[in-house]
Write a protein that binds this ligand. Structure first.
Ligand code: PMP
Length: 373
């Protein structure tokens, strides 16, 4: 009999981000501009019938709303309780226990955890080459290095674009080369686009999502937790070829999106000219503004396609990532610390918010930068 607790779970610890109340919380990349107003109205006016009945098994209204927004078939869409749920389900659908998953650190911290939870072997690809002003994230690795390792071919390649926590937007041609090299029988490529809505429109944020609907191996994952302001409702979706999506739904199981979440998400996804594009434009403008303000202070934020900036703490002169985070919290602002990030050293990640929150953050930062006499 398998011993309980399982050995596999020994290295895992429950997720425990610092959620103590704070004046301005810029630590979790949720939407600081608020919640989609139509979605909020849908929750407020819910019929009690919505609560006592089970939701549709695979959230077909939500699938239809995703399909309509992006111009893909409904059968190419899976939904889940946040994109976390879809990542977890996709891992199970695409890999047997003991198989491996490739990714490029630093990236979304849950990946190694979901891999371990599912009995997969995490195989990070070290991006050893040094960073430079012309390549702030370091040169891109040869895609082939993700596909073949000394230990064999991985079952899954995970990529995140824009990447959490660096903000890097992997170029589309590089991803297409990877897909070509992987071919129809290679690893399943999971492209996590949790932050794609924040990319500049001329970067083609939805191009790869549309490609995924007809690709043999590419699956794109999105969330309503960020741009759509619905993290509390837990809604995510995946787009891939119908045969691949079907396997993910089998692995995910029924009833993962509740009725209120589905109703709210459908309204938010239908918004093409209102609150969503307005807040996205505001977030992009704030990204430029905050980056400039940090550079003026002698800091070196990484270029970002997401709703956050990664700021190496070296230039702040107030200690490592943990102590900078603690001091900012004392000054009323929460950010996320990233100690010893491969290639970047200690850094903090700051979520973008409306101007008064940016100002509040900069004021807190200035108390660290200004030498006290
Ligand atoms: N992917 C990335 C890169 C993320 O940063 C997050 C949220 N932290 C998620 C997926 C999960 O998002 P959710 O489960 O809220 O949809």
């Amino acid at each position: 009999m398998t011993p309980f607790p399982r050995d596999l779970y020994a290295p895992l610890v429950p997720y425990a981000p610092d959620r103590r109340p704070v004046e301005v919380d810029l630590s979790d990349n949720t939407n600081r501009w608020g919640t989609h107003p139509g979605a909020l109205a849908a929750v407020r006016t819910a019929d009690p019938e919505e609560l006592l009945r089970y939701p549709p098994v695979y959230a077909d209204r939500l699938r239809a709303a995703v399909a309509a927004r992006f111009g893909v078939p409904l059968e190419a869409v899976a939904t889940g309780c946040g994109s976390d749920d879809l990542l977890d389900s996709a891992f199970r659908a695409a890999a047997d226990p003991g198989e491996s998953i490739r990714f490029i650190p630093p990236t979304f911290s849950m990946i190694e955890i979901f891999a371990t939870m599912n009995g997969l072997v995490p195989r990070p690809l070290d991006r050893a080459a040094p960073r430079s002003p012309s390549a702030p994230f370091g040169p891109l690795p040869d895609p082939g290095l993700l596909l073949d390792t000394e230990e064999g071919t991985p079952a899954i390649v995970y990529l995140c674009r824009p990447n959490n926590p660096t903000g890097e937007v992997l170029p589309r041609p590089w991803i297409e080369t990877l897909l070509d090299q992987a071919g129809p029988t290679g690893p399943v490529v999971l492209l996590d686009e949790a932050y794609a809505d924040f990319m500049e429109p001329d970067e083609g944020p939805d191009d790869l999502l549309r490609l995924a609907a007809t690709s043999d191996r590419l699956v794109v994952l999105r969330t309503l937790s960020k741009a759509f302001g619905l993290a509390g409702l837990r809604v995510g979706f995946a787009v891939g070829a119908p045969e691949v999506i079907r396997e993910i739904e089998k692995s995910r199981g029924p009833y993962k999106v509740n009725r209120l979440a589905e109703a709210a998400a459908v309204l938010a996804l239908d918004d093409r000219e209102g609150w969503i594009p307005e807040t996205l434009a505001a977030a992009r403008a704030e990204r430029t503004h905050l980056a400039r303000a940090l550079v003026e202070r002698g800091l070196a934020p990484l270029p970002s396609g997401a709703n956050f900036l990664l700021v190496p703490t070296e230039g702040i002169g107030a200690g490592d990532a943990a102590s900078v985070t603690a001091k900012l919290r004392e000054a009323g602002v929460a950010v996320r610390p990233f100690p010893s990030l491969p290639g970047f050293g200690d850094a903090v990640r700051v979520t973008l918010g409306p101007r008064h929150e940016t100002d509040r953050f900069l004021a807190a930062l200035d108390t660290l930068l200004t030498p006290t006499t």
